[in-house]
Design a protein around this ligand. Structure first.
Ligand code: TRP
Length: 325
C-alpha cells in the first residue's frame, strides 16, 4: 500500500503523540511504501515565528528519526521543497466550492481561535492537504479523528476531478489510529495530555529519566488501592495502565493480574522503569542526530528527490487532463 501522512513542524512531542501516531507509522513502514511530509506550508496558515520555522523543521525531522522512522524504508521530506504541492492545490482549488471549505470544522475552530488571522490560506488548508495526498496516488492516510473530515473532502475532490476530467486520482482511505486509546494528563486524567496543559501532567518523548520519575510518582491516582482498569471510576490508574500496556505491549488484563497484590507506589515504580527503558534510546538518538545537522538535511534532500519523481509525474497527468498541456 502507498501511505502518506503529514506532520506540522511544531517543537516537542509527548508520549500521547508518540503512542497515537508516530509508533504506528514506524510499524507501517515495514510492509508499505510510506511517505511522510513535514507540512511547513500548512504551518504558516496560523500565527508563527519565522525565526523558529527552520529550527522546528529540523527538530521534527530528528524527532521522527529518533522514534524509528527509517529513511531507507520511508520517504521523509519537507512540503515547501516540492513546488508541485502548491501547484496542485491551486488546480484543485478551482473545482471546490468556497461554501464547502467554509463549512469545515477545523476552519471554523481556527477562525474562532485566531479571529484576526483568517487568511485565505487557512480557508484553503484542506485543498493543500488534498493536494499532498493526491499528488502521490495515496491509498491510505493514517491520521487522528480530527483530520478525518479532511481526508473525506480529499476523496470528494478526487471523485469530482475524475468525473470532470477523466480518471486521474486514486481514492485514498483514512486509517484511524487503531489503539484508539487517548492518553490523558497525569494531573487531570479526564483531560487529554497536552503540551499546553499542566506541564507536570505531560511526559515529553525526550524527558530525562529523573523528570519521568518525578512526573509519574506525582501522577494523580484514585481512591482505593487496587490496580484495576475502570476509566469512569478510576480515571487516574486506568490512564497509567493504558500507558503501561502500550509501552510494554502487555495487555491490560495481564497487568491487572501481575499487580494484583501491589499498591499504587509499586505500580508507579514499575511504570517508571518501563518508560525509561523505552524512551532512553530515543532520547540518546535524538541527541546524536541534533549534532549531525548535515546528515539530517541530507536525509531530507534524498526524500525530496524521491518524492519529486512521483509528484512531477502526477502533476503532468493532471495538467494534461485539464487541458493545460
Ligand atoms: N492537517 C494535518 C494535521 O494537522 C497535517 C497534514 C497536512 C496531513 N497534510 C496532510 C495529514 C496529508 C495527512 C495527510 O495534522
Amino acid at each position: 500500500m502507498r501511505i502518506f501522512s503529514g506532520v506540522r513542524p511544531t517543537g516537542d512531542v509527548h508520549i500521547g503523540n508518540y503512542l497515537g501516531a508516530i509508533k504506528q507509522w514506524v510499524k507501517l513502514q515495514e510492509k508499505n511504501e510510506c511517505i511522510f511530509c513535514i507540512v511547513d506550508l500548512h504551518a504558516i496558515t496560523t500565527p508563527y515565528k519565522k525565526e523558529q520555522l527552520q529550527k522546528n523543521i529540523l527538530e521534527t525531522t530528528v524527532t521522527y528519526l529518533a522514534a524509528g522512522l527509517n529513511p531507507e524504508k520511508s520517504i521523509i521530506f519537507v512540503q515547501s521543497q516540492i513546488k508541485e504541492h502548491s501547484e496542485l492545490a491551486w488546480l484543485l482549488g478551482t473545482i471546490i466550492p468556497v461554501g464547502e471549505l467554509q463549512r469545515m470544522t477545523q476552519f471554523k475552530e481556527k477562525t474562532k481561535k485566531h479571529p484576526k488571522y483568517v487568511n485565505a490560506g487557512l480557508l484553503n488548508y484542506p485543498v493543500l492537504m488534498a493536494a499532498d495526498i493526491l499528488l502521490y496516488q495515496t491509498q491510505l492516510v493514517p491520521v487522528g479523528k480530527d483530520q478525518q473530515q479532511h481526508v473525506e473532502l480529499t476523496r470528494t475532490i478526487a471523485r469530482r476531478f475524475n468525473q470532470q476530467f477523466g480518471k486521474t486520482f486514486k481514492l485514498p482511505q483514512t486509517l484511524l489510529s487503531k489503539t484508539g486509546a487517548k492518553i490523558m494528563s497525569l494531573q487531570n486524567p479526564t483531560k487529554k495530555m497536552s503540551k499546553t496543559g499542566n506541564p507536570r501532567g505531560c511526559i515529553g518523548l525526550f524527558d530525562k529519566p529523573g523528570i519521568i520519575k518525578s512526573k509519574v510518582m506525582a501522577a494523580v491516582t484514585d481512591t482505593g488501592k487496587e490496580i484495576v482498569y475502570n476509566p469512569q471510576k478510576k480515571p487516574g490508574i486506568s490512564n497509567l495502565l493504558t500507558i503501561y500496556s502500550l509501552f510494554s505491549e502487555k495487555p491490560i488484563k495481564q497487568l491487572e493480574t501481575e499487580f494484583k497484590d501491589q499498591d499504587y507506589v509499586d505500580f508507579k515504580e514499575s511504570l517508571v522503569k518501563v518508560l525509561i527503558k523505552s524512551l532512553e534510546p530515543l532520547r540518546q538518538k535524538r541527541k546524536e542526530l541534533l549534532d549531525r545537522e548535515v546528515y539530517v538535511n541530507e536525509i531530507l534532500n534524498q526524500g525530496k528527490r524521491k518524492a519529486e519523481i512521483i509528484a512531477q509525474s502526477t502533476i503532468k497527468e493532471v495538467k494534461k487532463n485539464m487541458g493545460l498541456l
